[in-house]
Write a protein that binds this ligand. Structure first.
Ligand code: CA
Length: 217
């Protein structure tokens, strides 16, 4: 799961990036609004953590541009401003959620999980597809009721396929959704993770659509 963090405070941005990485997310961190606006037109983020006060383009302007493009990616707005009017302006500009600084990293990670789940249309905290139950909060997977041990990247590959159940994702699309800028990606990494998932879960669970990509139905 790839998240964009936009925060110009170096100390806080670094802490958020580290905290979300620890929670299993791939994280890109940018420090100004214009760079964020550009990244959001090209990269397939699962969600954005967006500071309000940013150089070059404010968080609110980034948000307004994003919504003008009809992009429905979930956005959590961060701000030190805490008046009712600020909160109303943030939500009316298209934010899905709102956190007042200082905040707890665990709460940010939990709110991101809730937003990503809602965006995927899942009514329950755990995802259930084809006999697989995946709990994003507990980082646990069961297949036909039995717990399955997965590496963190295997978990993320499975999570991404389940969030997109019924849709074919190419290797490139999976890589873009799973790896941040600067992450080392071996050329066959996705194939290896899928091979392991088939072995640990069921051989036919993840289908290969030849020349197109991978799919869970
Ligand atoms: Ca700021």
């Amino acid at each position: 799961m790839r998240i964009l963090v936009v925060e110009d405070d170096a100390l806080l941005g670094d802490a958020i990036q580290a905290g979300l990485k620890q929670a299993g997310y791939a994280v890109d961190w940018l420090q100004d609004g214009l760079a964020a606006d550009q990244a959001l037109t090209t990269e397939p983020y699962a969600a954005v953590v967006l500071d309000w006060g940013l150089p070059r383009l404010s968080g609110i302007e980034v948000l307004q541009r994003l919504r003008q493009r009809k992009a429905d990616i979930p956005v959590i707005l961060l701000t030190a401003r805490d008046t009712v009017n600020d909160r109303i302006q943030g939500l009316d500009s298209g934010a899905d959620d709102y956190l007042i600084k200082p905040f707890d990293m665990g709460e940010l990670a939990a709110r991101l999980r809730a937003l990503v789940r809602r965006a995927s249309g899942s009514p329950t905290p755990s995802l259930q597809v084809a006999g697989v139950e995946l709990d994003p909060a507990g980082h646990q997977v069961r297949y036909q009721g039995q717990p399955v041990e997965l590496s963190s990247k295997e978990f993320e590959v499975l999570h991404t396929l389940m969030l997109n159940a019924g849709r074919v994702l190419s290797r490139g699309q999976l890589e873009e959704k799973l790896y941040a800028w600067g992450d080392e990606v071996e050329s066959n990494a996705v194939e290896v993770h899928i091979h392991h998932l088939r072995r640990k879960l069921a051989p036919g669970l993840i289908e290969t659509i030849r020349g197109v990509g991978y799919l869970i139905r």
